[in-house]
Structure formats: C-alpha cells, structure tokens
Design a protein around this ligand. Structure first.
Ligand code: C2E
Ligand code: MG
Length: 701
C-alpha cells in the first residue's frame, strides 16, 4: 500500500517535472534577490540563453532597462507580502539584445526556504500558437494547464468543456468532474450568456483564423454556488491532444473591479461629505441640458456659498468646520428629492441640480426652502452654530446653453446675493458685469483703504436715565467712485473672508480715535465704539495695534469701546484677545445680543461691560414681540452686572417701552441716524439728546 503510494507520488512528480520541462511558456523560480534558481527549457529558448547562463544571471538582466524599476518595485511588493501575486506587462531583453514584449506572472513560492517567487514568463513572439503546438493530450495537458495562475477552460467542437485547470476549479468552485462534457455557458452569468454563446460560436466557425489576436473582454462568471463575479476573458484556439480547441483564459477581476469602482467613486465624490463633486455635477448638468433640450424642459442649477464659514473654521477649528459641512450636506440631502443632485464644489460651496423642468421661480422656492432649513442652528461639539448662506440660480436655456456658462452665471448670481445679503438671487444678464466681483472686491477694498474711500459715520448712544449722549458708534461706509455710498453689509463679509478686515479695522480704529481726539479737544466728553469682527479677535496683533493708536491719538483706553459679535465668543483665542483688550481698559460690548448663543457662563469669563440687544428684537418688532421676550434678556444682562443697550429704536413708543423695561441706553434712527462727524458735532452740542453740558440732566419720560 505504502509502496503504491510512493510510486504514485513519484510518477506524479515525474509528470510534474515533465510538464515543467515541456511547458510551452517560460517557467522559473527566482530568488528574493532576483537570481534565477530554476528555469525550464522554454524560458531558455525564449530568451536565447543556455540554462547555465540563465542560472548565473538575474531577472533584472533579462528585463528591458525601461521596465526595471516597474518590475523591481512590483517584485518587492510581492516579497513584502503586500500582494499575493503580480501580473505585469513588460519587455524582456533577449540574449541577442533585442527587446521582446511579454508578460510575467509571479507568486511567492511555497516550500522554498528563501522567499523566492515562481514565475511564468510569456514572450509574445512565442505566442499562444506555440503553446498549442506543444500540448499533446491527456493528463499531461491538465497538469500543464494547472501551472497557470489563470483559469483555463478548453471546449470541444460542440462548445462542451474538455479541460478545466486547477485555477478554474478554484475560480468557479467546480471539480473537473463536475464540468467535463457540460456546456461552457454554465460558467457565465446572466445577462452575458447569450453574448458568450455567440462569441463561442464565432470562434468555432470553421475557417476562422486560429492565430487571430484573441483580445479580451469583461463579463460576469457564475460560480457553482450561483454567485456571480466579474471576469476578464481571453479567447484563443489551440491544438490540444491533436484536436483544435477553443480555449478561454479567465481571470477573476473582482478586486480590480472593486478598485476601479472605488477609484471612480473617489474621483467623482467629495471625501468629506460623500456628495458628488464638481466633476460629477458638471457631468450631470451636461446630461440634464441634453435631456432638457430633447424634452423641451428647463433645468436649473443653484450654487450655494456658506456665509462666514471661514469664521467658523477660524473660531472653532477645522474639526468643527468639517462637521459643519457634513451636517449641511445632510440637511441639503434631507431637504431635496432623490432625483435632485446635491454636490459639494469645494470649500464651503455647494451646488444643487434639481430634477428637470425647474424654472427660475421654482428655483427661488427651492432656494428659500434651503435657506430656511439652514437657519436652524447646528449643534457641533456642544457649540450651537448659526450660519447663513447665499444662493445663485441660473436656468437652462434662458441663462445659458451649456454647463460652464450656466455654472458661471449661477456663480455670478450667488455673488450678487452675497453682496446684497439677500439670501438668493436669480441670474440676470446685468449680473455679468460683476462676475469676477468677488475677486475684484478684495483688490478694490485694499485700494479703498489706501485711498481713503472709506468714511465713518457715527451714531450716538443715549443714556436713557439722563437722556443724554454718552458715546457714539463708528460705522464704516464705502464711498465708492461708481456705486456711491456702499453700506458695510455689502463689503464687510467679503473683507472678513479675504482677510482685508485686518487693515480695514485698523483704518477704522485710527479714524475713530482721531475723531475722538478732536471731540475731546473740543470739550465733548464721549466714548467711541468700534465694531470688531470675529477674525479681528483671532488676530493676536490686535491689542498691540489698539495700544499704538490709543497712544498716537493720546486717547484714554477707557474712552474706547469695542463691539464684539456674539457669535464669535466661544473660541479660546477670541476670549484671550478680548480679555487682553479688557485688561487694557477698553470697554467690551456684546453686539447683536440675542442672535448668538453665548451663555451666561461664557459671558462671565469675559471682561464685558455691556450687551447690545439686536435691532431685530427692537425695531418694528417691539410692537409685536411682547415684553416677555425682551424682559428676560434685559434682566439677564442686569443680573450679570452688565449695562443693556437697545439698538434700532425707531419711534418714541419703542423708546418708552424700553425705558419701562429698564434698558440703560439706546441707539436708533429715532434718536439720531448714523451721520458724518462734521454733522454730528453740532448735533452733540445742541440737540436735546446731545452731550450733557453738565447742567440739568433731562429725564426722558
Ligand atoms: P451693528 O453694529 O449692529 O450696527 C448697527 C446697525 O444698525 C448700523 O447699520 C446702523 O446704521 C443700523 N441702525 C441704527 N439705528 C437703526 C434703526 O433705528 N433702525 C434700523 N433698522 N437700523 C438702525 P450699518 O451701519 O449698516 O452697519 C451694519 C453692520 O455692519 C453693523 O451692525 C456692524 O456689525 C457692521 N459694521 C459696521 N461698521 C463696521 C466696522 O467698522 N467694522 C466691522 N467689523 N463691522 C462693521
Ligand atoms: Mg455694533
């Protein structure tokens, strides 16, 4: 029994050896340093070396120098265990110096002490024709075919499986016996069977040139268990056992396919939000335009930019900024229908491509819906973050006939919306002019600062107890050579985004303190308040700048107030700068109080002296908003030991109610609108609510 087994294994070994020696492809065992350890005769013939010569040389020596690095790096990956096998298209260098294109497949050899790899080397010149010639028949064929990494399936004239190598068995889960004599279509999954049958029939046709380039195609294979998997399929005909056979060389490309799918996904989607990216959006827009022109339907595209996103990033860090973008993406997706595309174009820019048939009006409705949804604060890492957005809308075919034009016009409309702070804007041809407005704006603003195109208006702040002005707020405007007087709402956001806010604030501080000096010199003893942006508070140079200017104009720090937007108050660096300013003696006020989410705990950590209730709570609304809304705000301020200032007082009735609520001071058109210093000086001297002359304080009730 034992003897029998031994003989069997010996004969199997001999058969294997023969298959190795007779193999029509080059076979080799190569050491980890690239030396040939074993080579078969075919390899010697293919490369034109004797066996001894080859055994003294290396794979590198028979590789075209151009491919050396490529082959080297892949072999290293194989030896490092990063991949199980490699299959490379490469050029070999034959003994006569001629390069020959071919392929090398290799896997790490098992059972060899040194980490070597077993290779199959094919040179195109030898071709598959030789392979066929060399195959003689029977078991030998099978054992020979078993040397291949690829599945090899040969059929007889009727398309029935005649040979099925080991790799094919692994691939499909069938044993040789399961499939011999059965139709090859068995191995192909729907819906590819028909195609395959036709293909096979074509190959079987008598007279077909057996040496024709086989070519390869991709289809789906079907395993014994019924599961399908992508395969690459190369077909050829060869002489097997004296008969001409159709031979399919099959390779599982699931991994490759998964990789290409992943790659495709990666190139078409935004990593952070998983939304389609600009490339995919452009493609979809292009498709929408084509479909729109066929079906005579309109197609709208909306471009949305998050206002003040940079601030969020600067204030809370990129980590929070990233999460904000993800949440925005989710909100947008939740809001829109499955047939709409939501894309992230990059940064804080998103685009929405609604389903076909949407015009400008529907676009506006969608924009409103989006803006409304974004109004709800975002809760990220315990921060309540509020954002706003600007949306531009362009509609095919009215606003453009192709994707790039539509995108450009939606972008232009978006910038119009941003500048006007109106939420959204539908493209209008005149918007073409400021297309690059956002780019220009930065340059223009810098120019404006350098050329004194900015002007300060001042608005008095009246102490309600004495009915007299105790301070003024400096509000910047841009005296634009073409556009006239531009309000700050139209350029401060851009200044914040571009960083121009730094020189701008410096300009404002300088002018405000200069004016303060003038008033103080003329006996008008009032404070001057300057507005700061969140970004200013992230600028560590700010306290030093303020110090220099205070010194230059010889103004007591106690005469300077700064208004800090409530929304900026959470970040540690902001608190640090604010604390620094406070320590210098500068008065801090929280601007737009009630619109952000500062907690008493936060406020108590800051040297704040004042809260300014946002005018949205005061102007017009006071009639509608009952005191139960305002009173807690006023009381909270007082409980924290802060003065409460009401902004936007537009009529006497409002003023009376604010007095009743116990507000400390007020600003508003009713008292005095913001005006230039030259006009304000006489007002301060002579108006009823002007500066106290030290005599009779006037009660306001
Ligand atoms: P703010 O600090 O809340 O300024 C008050 C705004 O309310 C001013 O608008 C003022 O003109 C307006 N206002 C005053 N009284 C009334 C009223 O009775 N009713 C109504 N409806 N509005 C009134 P303005 O000048 O357009 O400034 C808007 C915002 O721009 C300011 O809001 C401030 O946040 C910002 N800003 C202005 N100047 C500067 C500056 O120099 N630097 C920075 N960073 N921001 C500034
Ligand atoms: Mg202010």
């Amino acid at each position: 029994m034992k003897e029998q087994t031994r003989m069997k294994s010996r004969s199997r070994r001999r058969a294997g050896r023969r298959a190795y020696d007779d193999a029509p492809v080059g076979l080799a065992l190569i050491s980890s340093e690239g030396r040939f350890l074993q080579v078969n005769p075919r390899l010697c013939t293919l490369l034109g070396y004797t066996r001894r010569q080859l055994l003294r040389t290396t794979l590198g020596a028979v590789t075209d120098p151009h491919d050396l690095e490529f082959v080297g790096s892949n072999s290293r990956r194989l030896l490092a265990g990063e991949v199980d096998e490699i299959r490379l298209e490469q050029h070999f260098l034959r003994a006569d110096g001629r390069p020959a294109p071919g392929r090398i497949s290799a896997s790490v050899a098992t059972g060899v002490r040194d980490r070597s790899f077993a290779c199959v080397l094919e040179l195109d010149e030898a071709g598959e024709r030789r392979l066929s010639g060399a195959l003689k028949g029977g078991d030998e064929i099978h054992s020979m075919l078993d040397d291949f990494f690829d599945g090899i399936v040969a059929t007889d004239d009727n398309g029935r499986i005649a040979s099925f190598n080991r790799a094919a068995q692994r691939l499909f889960g069938y044993q040789m016996g399961d499939v011999l004599g059965r139709e090859a279509e068995l191995l192909i999954a729907e819906p590819y069977r028909e195609e395959f049958a036709g293909f096979l029939a074509g190959w079987m046709r008598p007279g077909r040139d057996a040496t024709a380039t086989p070519g390869s195609r991709e289809m789906w294979g079907r395993r014994k268990d019924g599961s399908a998997f992508p395969i690459e399929f190369r077909a050829t005909r060869m002489l097997l056992g004296g008969a001409e056979r159709f031979v399919g060389i099959l390779r599982d490309i699931s991994e490759q396919r998964a990789q290409t799918d992943a790659l495709e996904y990666q190139t078409l989607h935004d990593v952070l939000t998983s939304l389609p990216n600009r490339t995919l959006l452009n493609d979809r827009l292009h498709q929408a335009i084509l479909a729109g022109s066929r079906q005579r339907k309109s197609a709208a595209v909306l471009i949305m930019d998050v206002d003040g996103f940079k601030d969020v990033n600067d204030t809370y860090g990129h980590h929070v900024g990233d999460q904000l973008l993800q949440q925005i993406a989710l909100r947008l997706e939740g809001l829109l229908r499955g047939s709409d595309t939501v894309a992230r174009l990059g940064g804080d820019e998103f685009a929405i491509l609604p389903a076909l048939g949407m015009g400008g009006d529907d676009g506006a409705t969608t924009a409103k819906k989006i803006l409304q949804a974004l109004q709800q604060p975002f809760l990220i890492d315990e921060h309540n973050i509020r954002i706003a957005a600007s949306i531009g809308i362009a509609v095919y075919p009215l606003d453009g006939q192709d994707a790039p034009t539509l995108m450009r016009h939606a972008d232009a409309a978006m910038y119009v919306a941003k500048r006007a702070r109106c939420g959204y804007s539908v493209y209008a041809p005149r918007q073409d002019v400021p297309i690059a407005a956002h780019l220009q704006l930065e340059g223009e603003l810098r120019h404006a600062i350098a050329h004194d195109e900015l002007v300060l208006h001042f608005q008095p702040k009246v102490d309600l107890r004495i009915g007299k002005t105790i301070g003024v707020e400096a509000l910047v405007r841009w005296q634009h050579p073409k556009l006239g007087l531009v309000p700050p709402g139209q350029f401060i956001p851009a200044a914040e985004e571009t960083g121009v806010i730094k020189p701008l604030t410096q300009w404002v501080l300088n002018r405000a303190l200069q004016q303060s000096r003038i008033w103080l010199d003329s006996g008008l003893d009032i404070d001057v308040a300057v507005n700061l942006s969140a970004r200013n508070l992230l600028d560590p140079d700010l306290p030093a700048t303020a110090r220099e200017l205070l010194d230059a104009w010889r103004v007591d720090p106690g005469k300077l107030k700064v208004d800090i937007p409530e929304g900026s108050l959470m970040a540690a660096p902001v608190i640090e700068t604010a604390t620094h300013l406070g320590a210098m003696g500068i008065g801090l006020a929280i601007d737009d109080f009630g619109t952000g989410f500062s907690s008493p705990a936060h406020l108590s950590r800051l040297p704040v002296r004042e809260i300014k209730i946002d005018r949205s709570f005061i102007a017009a609304k006071l009639g509608q908003v009952d005191d139960s809304v305002l009173r807690p705000i006023v009381d909270l301020g007082h409980a924290m030991g802060l003065k409460v200032v009401a902004e936007g007082v537009e009529d006497q009735g409002t003023l009376d109610r604010l007095l009743g609520l116990g507000c400390d001071s007020a600003q508003g058109f009713h008292l005095c609108p913001p005006i230039v210093a030259a006009d304000l000086t006489p007002w301060l001297r002579h108006a009823a609510w002007g500066v106290s002359d030290g005599t009779q304080p006037r009660r306001m009730q």
